[in-house]
Ligand binder design. Structure first.
Ligand code: WTA
Length: 633
């Protein structure tokens, strides 16, 4: 993969220019580095109006030959996965490329033996254990389409996803350990499967020695099934455009969208982006703290790193167990060189005592990453100063489930970074800012702010919403002509650096003024007393809408009228008096999705005095909703 490794900023500029002038030639040269059973006939064919995008048409390949077999000759004994259990007293597991290859082939045979064929959908509902990686790669081995559901979702969330994709088989584990309480996953699956007629088989990995209820004729233990097959499984030949997986993402309204990712383009771009953004050396150890149930885990724990032959860490637990030093303990123990996490994790650790950080030797770290939401100044500096000790470039990576791979990010050690800026697009990516009239704001030497769109296709883009192409078109391709709409707003400075300002679907119109809630939150978060905040609109007799801010304070601060005033002043200072929230409520927590996103929909209802919240069972912390409601100001 090193042929196109960017080594300097001028090299980046050159590659970027070439990739825009001749995208097909550029992506050809990236794709040529992989193992194809047959070369593609046509690099790109697209039509924004349908919308339809086809990359590397006619090309034949198998994902696992690229992420596994390809490394066996030279690097078979290299560690592919290091698994760190929830309980620090349990043993770390080391899995080499050779061992992973064998397990994947063996489990692929299990799937085949249970009737799974190319094109069939397989649901995976598993904790962060190596068997999750094995199951997903086994699907890829035989051309089955995996649909991973985060192992924190409720039974009804699983059932709706299984039914939407009509999955034939589900792979799960009997228990999951996250923190100090075990969760019985199998019973959640049993509940879900009451409403899932398409499921014929349920394979259960025994994570705990607990007795497990098995349903006759349907349920089988992983270990028993593995004992019936060998580890010889030829890779199924796939078309570049055959689906690799479906991953559900929540829409701003309605049911989740099953984003469909395909094989060739996804491989090419996750590998290329991983290689260039993280700039790993041969013996480096990379740890992304995401869960494989999300796109970050798909692209940057499994496919990207393994395609590049890297060593990737999988962590079963949570940052606060057994205490707030857990991440840093693991960094020291495994000598992590590349650490990739989310701002929400950084903020939650930054509010704890520094002793948790200072206890550990973090000198192995070379590169830090951030993903999933805008990183505010305070969190950026804490990450930079206390974790990176000022020596590690921070790659603030912007992308989405829909984009499949990172789109805008610094390249570690190459792009000069600036707090809160995701900086520049990767080669091959053509972002644009659109003004209020849907017109492109030219990328000149002027600062600009607008809605972020991408005006040229890229290989790892999702090709459709499973079973609902119209929704794909409506959501992403009907806002602007001939461009993909991200749903995000962005600011671009005179150097062309992008800062993602947040979802533009969270705009509130106050007294006729358009106000984004994200910049207001950023302003509030700048106050030294504030850990985190969320701002929503609520109906107001005179202004149409007014702003309601929910604010979490550091433990050392008490809510007071004075603080309310200071926070309002902070907003006034940063944006203008018009953006000052009418109401500020101090809260202990905010309702969040499992991927750490604030559920503004619920906060809007509380602010508006409504109490019908719909299904809140998939939240990380559903209990907080009633507390906030009861303490409403
Ligand atoms: C937000 C996660 C600012 C953004 C990979 C996007 C970010 C949404 C960043 C996608 C970042 C992601 N800076 N905002 N570096 N990365 N986002 O699908 O609003 O879970 O649209 O994918 O997260 O979330 P998703």
């Amino acid at each position: 993969m090193n042929k196109l490794r960017i080594s300097s900023f001028s090299d980046y500029k050159k590659q970027y220019k070439e990739s825009i002038e001749n995208p097909e030639k550029f992506w050809d040269s990236v794709a040529e580095q992989f193992v194809w059973k047959k070369r593609w006939d046509k690099t790109l064919e697209f039509d924004f109006s349908k919308p339809e995008f086809k990359w590397f048409q006619g090309g034949k390949l198998n994902m696992t030959e690229n992420v596994l077999d390809r490394h066996l000759v030279k690097n078979g004994n290299k560690t592919a996965i290091i698994w760190e259990p929830n309980n620090p007293l349990e043993e770390t597991r080391i899995i080499t490329y050779k061992q992973l290859h064998a397990k994947v082939c063996q489990f692929a045979n299990v799937l085949k033996r249970n009737g799974v064929q190319k094109g069939d959908r397989v649901c995976i509902y598993m904790p962060m254990i190596p068997e999750l990686a094995i199951a997903m790669l086994a699907c890829a081995r035989i051309g089955a389409v995996h649909s991973i559901v985060f192992a924190g979702f409720s039974s009804s969330a699983i059932a709706s996803r299984i039914n939407d994709a009509q999955c034939k088989l589900i792979v799960t584990a009997n228990e999951v350990y996250r923190g100090d309480k075990p969760i019985n996953l199998k019973s959640i699956v049993d509940e879900a499967l009451k409403d899932c007629p398409s499921i014929q088989t349920c394979i259960v990995y025994r994570r705990a020695i607990e007795p497990t209820m098995m349903v006759g004729g349907r349920d089988r233990f992983w270990i028993d099934e593995m004992s019936k097959v060998d580890a010889d499984c030829p890779a199924t030949e796939m078309d570049a455009e055959d689906p690799l997986f479906i991953l559900y993402t929540s829409g701003s309204t309605g049911k989740p969208k099953g984003m469909v990712h395909t094989t060739g383009g996804y491989l090419v771009q996750t590998a290329y982006s991983f290689d260039n953004i993280f700039q790993m050396s041969k013996d480096d150890i990379y740890w992304c703290t995401a869960d494989i149930g999300w796109i970050t885990g798909h692209s940057y724990i499994i496919y990207g790193p393994l395609a590049c032959g890297a060593t990737t860490v999988m962590f079963e637990g949570i940052p606060s167990y057994p205490d707030f030093g857990r991440f840093w303990e693991i960094v020291e123990k495994l000598k992590i060189t590349h650490f990739y996490t989310a701002p929400t994790a950084i903020r939650s650790l930054a509010k704890e005592s520094l002793e948790f950080v200072e206890k550990y030797d973090l000198s192995s770290l070379k590169v830090l990453g951030s993903v999933g939401e805008p990183i505010n100044q305070e969190a950026w500096h804490w990450y930079n100063d206390y974790i990176g000790k000022g020596n590690c470039p921070i790659v603030d990576t912007w992308w989405q489930t829909e984009t499949g791979a990172i789109m805008i990010s610094p390249l570690a050690g190459i792009t000069s970074t600036r707090p809160t800026f995701a900086t520049l697009p990767l080669p091959g990516i053509q972002p644009v800012l659109m003004d209020g009239n849907g017109k492109e704001i030219e990328n000149g030497s002027e600062k600009a702010e607008g809605r972020l769109a991408i005006k040229f296709p890229w290989p790892s883009m999702a090709r459709t919403v499973y079973g609902d192409h119209q929704r794909y078109k409506d959501t992403y391709f009907s806002t602007f002509e001939n461009a993909y709409f991200t749903g995000d707003g962005a600011y671009r400075d005179a150097m062309g650096y992008y800062r993602i300002t947040g979802r533009v679907d969270d705009v509130v119109i106050v007294s006729g003024h358009n106000l984004g809630t994200a910049p207001i939150e950023n302003a509030i978060n700048e106050h030294e007393a504030v850990v985190e905040s969320a701002v929503v609109g609520f109906p107001h007799d005179i202004k149409g809408n007014a702003l309601y801010a929910y604010v979490i304070l550091y433990d050392s601060y008490q809510p007071s009228e004075d603080l309310v005033k200071q926070i309002k002043d902070e907003v006034s200072k940063s944006i203008g008096a018009i953006a000052k929230p009418d109401k500020i409520q101090f809260v202990k927590g905010l309702p969040k999705t499992r991927s750490g996103k604030i559920m503004r929909r619920i906060l809007r209802k509380i602010a508006a005095g409504e109490s019908d919240f719909g299904d809140i069972s998939t939240l990380l912390n559903p209990e907080i909703v009633r507390v906030i409601q009861e303490e409403k100001v």
